[in-house]
Ligand binder design. Structure first.
Ligand SMILES: NC(=O)c1ccc[n+]([C@@H]2O[C@H](COP(=O)([O-])OP(=O)(O)OC[C@H]3O[C@@H](n4cnc5c(N)ncnc54)[C@H](O)[C@@H]3O)[C@@H](O)[C@H]2O)c1
Length: 304
């Protein structure tokens, strides 16, 4: 009898096969939402969003408010800017620099429990590995990664059963294009953080999602560091010429948030590139290596 036959008498192989089949079944059931899927909380919810004065955070705030939720919009400014002021009575604004332990402690004690915690604040960084300064690395890690870590540390103890944590990562956290190592590394870490926290908090009925869009139009280009002018120009072109607006991406992301998906790819480019990397890896490596050799090629691939 062939050793790989299902009727194999080898107990180690039988156990391994049974384990693999079980793990695959568990994974399929879990990703289909059949295991440990908490009930969605009912009625108006309290939603805290970081980086809500602009772009994606602002658009998510509008969507939550439109469905009757109360949003605590937070950002760097001392007072609400015009866009946040327009959000009306179902929105309160507070200053919250995500890099500040004091701001997080004050927010936790003054805001208290929230039903949805959206850790969205972030900056863009472009640049070849030898050109990005260590100061820029530290700044990006402080905002993009540790901002989300601090948010979890401050609010997880306060979250009620059924709550949701939503982290704005990026497609860059799933697939890693050249001359973006800083941004890629911070966003890949956010994807890992979200997955870990999701596993950790399921027993409290709390789910965690990582939103992973490709480029969309917002004010993100204004945060580019200037360490590598050529890479910044390229990133600025991709950000300003992106076909989707922050509002469109927020609307698509909201469907994933409602479904409590663990990883949300709200646009076709993000979905295709992620599937491509996982299921057609040799092709993915060929394309990404060629794009690294000729940066214009990536622009063409992305249709810009
Ligand atoms: N625009 C894109 O193409 C794109 C793609 C994938 C992911 N993202 C991510 O989406 C998120 C939102 O970015 P956006 O595109 O809406 O850009 P944006 O610049 O319009 O908004 C980012 C907001 O974060 C705030 N912010 C920056 N540093 C902060 C800090 N230390 N504390 C609190 N707030 C701070 C800014 O003031 C700004 O209001 C970011 O995490 C970004 O990395 C953007």
């Amino acid at each position: 009898m062939n050793a790989s036959s299902p009727k194999s008498k080898n107990p180690v192989r039988k156990a391994a096969v049974a384990g693999l089949v079980g793990a695959a079944g568990l994974a399929a059931a879990s990703s289909a939402g059949l295991i440990g899927r908490p009930e969605a909380p009912r009625g108006p919810r309290r939603v805290l969003i970081t980086g809500a004065a602009s772009g994606f955070g602002l658009e998510l705030a509008k969507l939550f408010i439109a469905r009757g939720d109360h949003v605590i919009a937070t950002d760097l400014h001392d007072a609400a800017n015009e866009a946040v002021a327009k959000l009306g009575d179902n929105c309160t604004y507070r200053k919250l620099d995500v890099t500040s332990d004091e701001d997080w402690a004050a927010a936790a004690s003054e805001v208290g429990a929230v039903d949805v915690l959206v850790l969205n604040a972030g900056i863009a960084v472009g640049g070849a590995i030898e050109n990005v300064s260590m100061d820029t690395w530290h700044r990006a890690l402080e905002i993009n990664l540790l901002g989300a870590v601090r948010g979890c540390r401050a609010f997880v103890p306060l979250l009620p059963r059924g709550a949701q944590i939503v982290m704005t990562a990026s497609s860059a956290g799933l697939v890693h294009a050249f001359k973006m190592s800083t941004y890629n590394a911070t966003k890949a870490a956010v994807v890992a953080l979200a997955e870990t926290v999701d596993f950790e908090l399921r027993d409290r009925g709390i789910t965690t999602s990582a939103i992973c869009p490709q480029f969309f139009r917002s004010n993100l280009a204004s945060s580019l560091s200037g360490d590598d002018a050529e890479a910044d120009d390229f990133a600025r072109t991709l950000l300003t010429k992106a076909p989707l607006t922050a509002a469109e991406v927020a609307e698509r992301a909201m469907r994933g948030i409602d479904a409590r998906r663990q990883v949300i790819t709200p646009d076709r480019g993000a979905t295709v590139s992620w599937y491509f990397k996982r299921f057609a890896r040799p092709l993915y490596l060929t394309v990404m290596r060629r794009a690294g050799e000729d940066p214009q090629r990536l622009g063409k691939l992305l249709g810009r």
